[in-house]
Design a protein around this ligand. Structure first.
Ligand code: ZN
Length: 384
């Protein structure tokens, strides 16, 4: 008795049942389609929008899909509220349908397959608030769940506020085929590709060949950079690769930065000193600081293999459309926002020193939450 009572109350309170029942009149055109309700429940009211990319041929129906009530593509910008859902078995296949009502026209109601619905696009003011209140340069998860139209509409704002460069490297069916032209780079490349693929949960970097590729990995003699990405090529410096002491100087820790600043101060004092005694004292002080600096760098230096893998992960990040950040813990970190080509600030702001000064540059081929969220946003923007 108690059980029956609960069921009766549930069915009555649904209200949706009414539309199901009213639609059970003979459906002439769909006489051959067998539709049965597997379950039907109320749901917490939630806002949806028609997913234009999927619902081009979709309709809203009366109960049990008896009659088409409106074509979904005619309401691309309408907010609908879902109040109930049900599973329908249609010719043996079960699909979940939502009962939706237009926010602006309460008479516009119908059952819609949930695959045609998406959460409504964020407004421009909410976007700006989300950026202002969020972690610097890290897209909030809500910014990664918007319908396609959102990314088209706010492409420029998103690009600027998250320091993205736009599409740099071509892709083939959303994958970047990497051809490793120098066998010396093979193990580094395998590692770097797997780091991004694992972080993004999909195979964006795949192995290419000499004839079929989107990106070539090679080396070039250079003394002023150790990695370079021109869109179609990533080069590692053959000069630096051949120098076993090169990685001794790449470590970047608070201690190293402090010693370096101190050393520069003493060097300047030495230069401007006029009397011999002061000059001698500054010289000795500078020499001691220099030795301390070299020792600190050596102690914090990464393994060469680890370092070169991390350089490749960074350069591949550029191929995903990412520009630099001022955070030492990001793989996309750079000491300065000036890319050497233009002094104009294309990103959110300019910088000449790291922002997370208490941290150390971890020269490991790993990516941060900020790197990953930016790469995911870059995908939404069509950069890869
Ligand atoms: Zn870079």
């Amino acid at each position: 008795m108690k059980k029956l009572g609960i069921i009766a109350v549930a069915a009555l309170s649904l209200g949706l049942t009414l539309s199901v029942q009213s639609a059970t009149k003979p459906a002439t055109a769909q006489a051959k389609t067998k539709v049965t309700v597997v379950w039907q429940k109320k749901m917490t009211q939630k806002a949806y929008q028609i997913d234009e990319s999927k619902a081009a041929h979709g309709y809203a129906y009366t109960g049990k899909l008896a009659k088409k009530v409106f074509k979904l593509s005619n309401y691309p910008n309408t907010t609908f509220y879902a109040k109930g859902h049900e599973a329908l078995k249609v010719n043996g296949k079960t699909r979940v349908y939502y009962y939706i009502q237009s926010a602006s026209n309460k008479k516009k109601v119908g059952w819609v397959w949930r695959g045609y619905l998406t959460t409504p696009s964020m407004s421009g003011s909410t976007l700006m608030k989300t950026i202002a209140n969020g972690t610097d340069l890290q897209p909030a998860s809500s910014l990664l769940k918007q319908p396609a139209s959102f990314y088209t509409k706010y492409a420029a704002t998103l690009k600027k506020n998250f320091n993205l460069t736009g599409k740099l490297t071509n892709n083939t069916n959303d994958q970047i085929r990497v051809y490793v032209a120098k066998s010396q780079l093979k193990t580094y490349a395998t590692k770097a590709m797997s780091v991004w693929n694992a972080a993004l949960g999909q195979k964006v970097f795949v192995t290419g060949t000499a004839t079929k590729h989107d990106l070539i990995l090679s080396t070039q003699a250079a003394s002023d950079w150790d990695g370079l990405n021109d869109g179609s090529h990533i080069y590692l410096s053959s000069t630096a690769l051949a120098d076993p002491t090169y990685v001794d100087s790449v470590a970047d820790t608070p201690q190293i930065r402090e010693l370096y600043t101190e050393y520069e101060k003493v060097a300047a004092a030495y230069k401007s000193a006029t009397d011999a005694a002061t000059k001698k004292a500054d010289y000795d002080k500078g020499k001691a600081l220099y030795n301390e600096l070299i020792a600190a760098q050596k102690a914090a230096a990464p393994e060469a293999t680890t370092y070169w893998q991390s350089v490749l992960v960074h350069e591949m990040g550029h191929s995903l459309g990412l520009d630099h950040t001022p955070y030492l813990t990001d793989i996309m970190y750079a000491e300065t926002s000036d890319d050497g080509f233009s002094s104009a600030v294309t990103g959110k702001y300019s910088w000449n020193a790291p922002k997370d000064t208490n941290d150390s540059r971890r020269e490991t081929p790993s990516v941060s939450a900020r790197d990953i969220a930016r790469a995911k946003l870059a995908e939404k923007l069509g950069y890869w």
